[in-house]
Design a protein around this ligand. Structure first.
Ligand code: 5GP
Ligand code: MN
Length: 347
């Protein structure tokens, strides 16, 4: 099914809003944006720019270095660093797209600005159970990624002719990163139709993979080694493994945002492990990432205990307690989930 939750009425209204609105369009991804957040924002932005609109991507905070090659055609404004510029632009905007997040709190630094935005807000997202903070919602949880969804939305809006090669590269990047290089969330046959259409723009898929995944610093690689050697705890009886990192440890490896991206997935490649967690100590909070296999609901776990949410198999949240206490809390929660963990891979 294509856009199963988004009726013709919504598509027509979005088109009307786009046609009737003067002034620039803002596209806002979630805070700490990942490949899908930046890829879908950039792809959508370029299509709208090619269709004659003035477009600004405003990210709540910085975006990781491995996505830095996605720039040039569109200005990406870091709200945290250039608040006055961003606010001045937003005052001129009549339309704002919120991409790749389902609740306003995921915009962190920009939460109040989004809430106060006077124009039309349009959600484009694939996370389940969005809260209604936008005027128009394109919410499609069956999609692998927001980038895949952007492609189908662009087609539904009749803007397919405005997709250029760079937009196709951005959308491909979003799909690639949100599916772990096509290893999960890839069972919908329609995904391959979208990929096929994107590849037809002449994009170099191997080069994109290399730009994103062969772009790590030696420090990041050593941090990964340290994590696996010294900071990964495996609990076979709970089919669970977790990694935890303090601020001092991050400092030892000259941590920059994005460095721990992907670490949480690694323990899932241990035989019999179906649940993995990564705890990172930030200034006033511990950020938690969860990944699972099969039916184990990482999102329900994150929502119930870590003030978070996400997808069934990829979720996150946070906790204001100390790192030691958060890890302790996590391990003490596991017995209550033993049944779900034991049966995660049963159909
Ligand atoms: P990551 O572990 O890569 O930061 O996040 C994985 C997924 O978990 C995200 O795509 C998002 O759906 C969800 N997620 C991460 N952190 C939070 C959070 O603090 N709150 C909510 N609601 N979801 C989160
Ligand atoms: Mn996504």
């Amino acid at each position: 099914m294509i856009l199963e939750n988004t009726g013709n009425e919504i598509i027509r209204t979005i088109l009307e809003v786009l046609v009737l609105s003067s002034g620039p369009i803002a596209i806002v991804p979630h805070s700490n944006p990942d490949g899908d957040a930046i890829g879908s924002a950039y792809g959508l932005g370029l299509v709208l720019k090619n269709a004659g609109k003035e477009v600004f991507i405003i990210t709540p905070n910085d975006y990781p270095d491995f996505l830095a090659w996605l720039n040039g055609e569109l200005e990406i404004i870091n709200y945290l660093k250039r608040k006055n510029t961003a606010e001045a632009i937003l005052k001129r905007c009549k339309v704002m797209f919120c991409v790749d997040f389902n609740e306003i709190g995921r915009a962190d630094e920009m939460e109040k600005t989004i809430a106060a935005f006077q124009g039309t807000k349009i959600l484009v997202d694939h996370h389940p159970d969005p809260t209604p903070f936008c005027d128009l919602m394109v919410s499609e949880p069956a999609y692998s990624s927001s980038a895949e969804l952007v492609y189908d939305l662009v087609v539904a809006l009749g803007l397919e002719g405005f997709i250029c090669r760079k937009a196709a590269e951005a959308l491909y990047t979003g799909i690639m990163t949100d599916t772990g290089s096509f290893s999960y969330s890839t069972s919908r046959p329609e995904l391959y139709r979208v990929l096929s259409a994107l590849v037809a723009f002449g994009i170099d898929t191997a080069a994109i993979h290399s730009l994103v995944y062969d772009n790590f610093s030696a420090d990041r690689m050593r941090l990964m080694g340290f994590c696996l050697q010294q900071k990964m705890v495996v609990l076979p009886e709970f089919r669970t493994a977790y990694i935890f990192l303090s601020r001092d440890e991050l400092k030892m490896f000259n941590f920059v945002p994005g460095d721990t991206e992907g670490f949480v997935n690694i323990p899932l490649s241990i035989r019999n492990i179906v649940f993995s967690a990564l705890f990172i100590e930030k200034e006033h909070v511990v950020k938690a990432s969860f990944r699972s296999k099969g039916s184990f609901p990482a999102n329900a776990f994150a929502a119930s205990h870590f003030n978070g949410g996400g997808h069934l198999n990829a979720a996150g949240g946070d906790d204001k307690d100390t790192l030691v206490n958060v890890v302790e809390k996590f391990t003490q929660l596991l017995p209550a989930y033993l049944h779900l963990l034991e049966n995660a891979d049963k159909k």
